[in-house]
Design a binder for this molecule. Sequence first.
Ligand code: CMP
Length: 141
Amino acid sequence: MRTTLAIIKPDAVQSGKAGKVLAHLEQSGFTVRALRMTRLDEAAAAAFYEVHRERPFYASLVKFMTSGPAIPVVLEADGAVRRLREVIGATDPAEAAPGTVRKLYAESKERNAIHASDSDENAAREIAFFFARREVLGNGG
Ligand code: CMP
């Protein structure tokens, strides 16, 4: 699969870094195939992060992800899922490699600027969560 989902998270949007994050992704070789700004409600954030429901940070994560606008983006590149995870760096910015999105723009392990799908299967699920097929350029959109 050549596509994956990123979400520019509310911390990055709120602090005016969305454009810089998007430029970083484009400069890293990704093509934007779909993009919108949205504010997740509690039900949507809870559903999106359902896999983390039992984790101690779940309630806080849902609160953060509903705290302001976020920007889901469908990105295309060879080996998109793995490549994007390399480009964004480790979950915790303190552990992220130099030059990665999270090292440059994240505030903390929770307020970490960007989400990326972790497998082709989840990428397909997460793209469908935000976008109709016709909204993804190349799918007839
Ligand atoms: P993300 O890649 O979107 O996947 C799950 C999110 O939960 C993660 O980025 C962080 O925003 C958040 N997260 C993961 N681990 C922790 C943690 N230990 N404490 C707080 N938030 C976390």
